[in-house]
Design a protein around this ligand. Structure first.
Ligand code: SAM
Ligand code: DTB
Ligand code: SF4
Length: 365
């Protein structure tokens, strides 16, 4: 087994990222084969259960209310709608459903109770359930765990230094605190980030250092290539080069040897050959389905053809960890505390976010 290190330095990680490609690939693939079956890829389906209208100013996100994008906002989906979509995902070969909400943080109340019922109903379909709902308190994480949640996604998204240049409505420590709250339960942690937001290779290394310092390290790590959406502050960022994606995946595999590296947003821009290189470099999970949350993703049938071509098999649910038990709402040990957690609002000025916000106001007027 490769040693899991929690003391990587930015310089060490940057050196790995910049190594001659053949050496980087060889080392990453060697670690990958020791830790994982290289022919098995975990398949998740995303479901946007509450779309758009978000209060935050995340520079990459088409769901932030202040920017003018083509995203149509929706209220929280019903439990029945979610169950139907989950069944469809199961039939198409997914082992996990990841429900995303355009929220800054979870608030106790009927909407959260409804999300807990969604978790219960998907867990009963014998699928892994993941949620990404923004910041959560320990009590909220406990309630999700009790409903049968398998994973909670909360990305660090970039290095601490670059995060400040992308978001002003919350801080990096809020993200770390949420991950810590999830860690106090038996829910697994899914945390990764985005490349292609204008950050340097050193920032990419910085993000991996932050992820590697978490102890235990996240069970899954999504690597997203920015989907530059018109109307967002990052609309003009150049598409991420596939070479950068391959390097980032390989470096993630070396620094987080046991994690499932998810080749996430950005696959529509990549050839099959490019994606195959990412699987070789250590990626062993994807998001399937023709939509991510609001933007396009490759067609499921195309993905299945790619799996066949590469001899890859979808991972069965609960391969890595036993299925959590679902406790019904009436038997819950945890009541809603209605806490008012003090998540931060640094609210420093980010020039390009301001410009996009003003443009949004003009378009909407
Ligand atoms: N609102 C919650 C939050 O921000 O934690 C959960 C949903 S949010 C959409 C989940 C993740 O989607 C973000 O952390 C980011 O990594 C990713 N994401 C959002 N917009 C993206 C984009 N345009 N390109 C790539 N990834 C994106
Ligand atoms: C993650 O790291 N990527 C997914 C999931 N976790 C929630 C989201 C990607 C969103 C891409 C932009 C969109 O479709 O809105
Ligand atoms: Fe809201 Fe999450 Fe999008 Fe930020 S990334 S604007 S918190 S939905």
């Amino acid at each position: 087994m490769s040693e899991v290190r929690h003391n990587w330095t930015k310089e060490e990680v940057l050196d790995i990222y910049n190594r001659p490609l053949m050496e980087l690939l060889y080392d990453a693939a060697t670690i990958h084969r020791k830790q994982h079956d290289p022919n098995v890829v975990q398949v998740s389906t995303l479901l946007s259960i509450k779309t758009g209208g978000c209060s935050e100013d995340c520079g990459y996100c088409p769901q932030a209310a202040r920017y003018h994008t083509n995203v149509e906002g929706n209220d929280l989906m019903s439990v029945n709608q979610v169950k139907a979509q989950a069944l469809r995902a199961k039939e198409s070969g997914s082992s996990r459903v990841c429900m995303g909400a355009a929220w800054r943080n979870v608030k106790d109340g009927p909407e959260f109770d409804q999300v807990l019922d969604m978790v219960r109903s998907i867990n009963k379909l014998e699928m892994e359930v993941c949620c990404t709902l923004g910041m959560v308190t320990e009590n909220q994480a406990q309630r999700l765990a009790e409903a049968g949640l398998y994973a909670y996604n909360h990305n660090l998204d970039s290095s601490e230094e670059y995060y400040k240049k992308v978001i002003s409505t919350r801080g990096y420590q809020d993200r770390l605190d949420t991950i810590d709250n999830v860690r106090k339960t038996n829910v697994t942690v899914c945390s990764g980030g985005i490349i292609g937001m204008g950050e340097s290779a050193a920032d990419r290394a910085g993000m991996l250092v932050a992820l590697s310092t978490l102890n235990p390290q996240p069970e899954s790590t999504p690597i997203n290539a920015l989907v530059a959406v018109e109307g967002t502050p990052l609309e003009d960022e150049k598409p991420v080069k596939t070479w950068d994606m391959i390097r980032m995946v390989a470096t993630t595999r070396i620094v987080l040897p046991e994690t499932q590296v998810r080749l996430s947003a950005g696959r529509t821009q990549m050839s099959r050959e490019g994606q195959a290189m990412c699987f070789f470099a250590g990626a062993n999970s994807i998001f399937a389905g023709d939509k991510l949350l609001t933007t396009p993703n490759p067609d499921v049938n195309e993905d299945m053809k790619m799996f066949e071509l590469l001899g890859l098999n979808p991972q069965k649910p609960f391969t890595k960890k036993v299925q959590p038990q679902t406790v019904e709402a009436k038997d819950s040990k945890f009541e809603a505390l209605g806490e008012k957690p003090k998540w931060t609002r640094p609210e420093h000025t980010i020039e390009r976010n301001e410009v996009a916000k003003q443009k949004g106001k003009t378009v909407k007027a």
